[in-house]
Design a binder for this molecule. Structure first.
Ligand SMILES: [Zn+2]
Length: 382
């Protein structure tokens, strides 16, 4: 398999001249899209929450949490928890979602849970009829499916996920996409994949529907090493499930592991000919979680979902306030170095515009694939 290197500096300079349009931008040949399920912007930007970290039910490992992650200064706490994001991604790229700094990002689907969230991110379309997390084939097409249908990307896309619903989110029956998730059958092509397969049979998954993120991560890394896909989606899931379990300590430890996993992905990319300086990393989440009252950190649901899929949370009459609040971050060729965007609530960035943005990094005009997608986020483009 060979990679063609493009003179990125030249194409960036040209693209810069037309930056207010959706002019083609050949920034990178490859994309790495990473999601952390339901990881709140509060932890990302403020670090460890003291009330939750000292709560006897939520944090039995309180002492260890505080020793590892506590500091009076929220920005120091945030760096302790997410060193790769704060010390590498943010200074070298662009990010949105820190409400404390006037930065706003949110989902635009009306439900505020995972299937509609991932569908919005990956398809660029908000489809109201996607109103459960059930294993229903997605009527929308993800950017992976759309790209896989083009000669330049055919068989060069792959998805890895901890949650067992992803084969339906990607509608594998229709798309034929390779999706490696809990419950999918995996063919081991390398000794490491054989070991992962053996261990995944020998170590029971921690939840009925979600596997340990370590499996998702190492399957993805090995596939990048051996198959060199152009577009790779990786969904880490532990954060959401530990939160639903009411375990703030484990949610935090999982968040820090995920930061390390993303660092490992990036170090692999930057150490590999063909990927190096030729890959955009985009990181986001499918929904936020509550903040007030305190216990709502465990949950996420819109007011509208309370009469349907989220009726178990009906006692929260307004839904879980804040669960539409998300964050997004990117770095790599074509991603400007703008740091935290101070876009404010009125110009809040929405997740349905991510897919078209990602396509533009690859020099693909989203309108040629699905004109119903939200328009590219100019804030994330040169
Ligand atoms: Zn959830």
């Amino acid at each position: 398999m060979s990679f063609t290197r493009f003179p990125c500096a030249t194409s960036l300079a040209l693209a810069g001249a037309f930056s207010l349009t959706t002019a083609p931008l050949h920034a990178a040949d490859n994309l790495l899209i990473v999601t952390l399920d339901g990881l709140r912007w509060q932890e990302l930007y403020r670090g460890l929450d003291h009330a939750l970290a000292t709560h006897p039910d939520y944090s039995p490992r309180s002492e260890q949490l505080l020793a590892q992650f506590w500091n009076e200064d929220p920005s120091v706490r945030a760096r302790k928890l997410f060193p790769f994001l704060h010390e590498v991604v943010f200074p070298q790229g662009t990010h949105a979602g820190n409400r404390d700094a006037g930065s706003c990002a949110r989902i635009s689907n009306p439900w505020h849970f995972s299937f509609p969230g991932y569908s919005e991110i990956l398809s660029g379309v908000v489809n109201r009829s996607i109103d459960t997390n059930g294993k229903n084939p997605n009527p929308e097409r993800t950017l992976l499916e759309l790209l896989d249908g083009t000669p330049a990307f055919a068989d060069r896309v792959a998805a890895f996920a901890s949650w067992d619903v992803f084969p339906w989110i990607f509608n594998v029956e229709r798309s034929g996409l390779p999706v490696n998730a809990l419950g999918t059958s995996v063919t081991a092509n390398t000794p490491l994949e054989a070991t992962l397969l053996q261990l995944s049979e020998d170590i029971p998954p921690p939840w009925e529907t979600v596997r340990h993120d370590a499996f998702t991560h190492h399957y993805a890394l090995e596939h990048l090493r051996t198959e060199r896909p152009r577009v790779t989606f990786i969904s880490y899931g532990e954060t959401d499930d530990f939160a639903h379990d009411g375990r703030y300590d484990e949610y935090i430890f999982a968040a820090q592991r995920t930061d390390r996993f993303i660092r490992e992905l990036w170090e692999f990319v930057q150490g590999t000919e063909g990927y190096r300086d030729n890959t955009v990393l985009f990181i986001t989440v499918d929904h936020g979680r509550g903040e007030t009252p305190l216990e709502t950190w465990q949950y996420h649901a819109s007011k509208e979902s309370l009469t349907g899929y989220m009726q178990s949370l009906a006692k929260y009459e307004d839904g879980i306030v804040g669960s539409e609040d998300v964050w997004m971050a990117a770095m790599g060729p074509g991603v400007p170095v703008r740091g935290s965007l101070a876009n404010g609530d009125a110009a809040c960035l929405t997740s349905n515009r991510i897919a078209a943005t990602l396509l533009q990094y690859l020099d693909v005009d989203y309108r040629t694939l699905n004109s119903a997608m939200g328009a590219p986020l100019q804030e994330f483009l040169p």
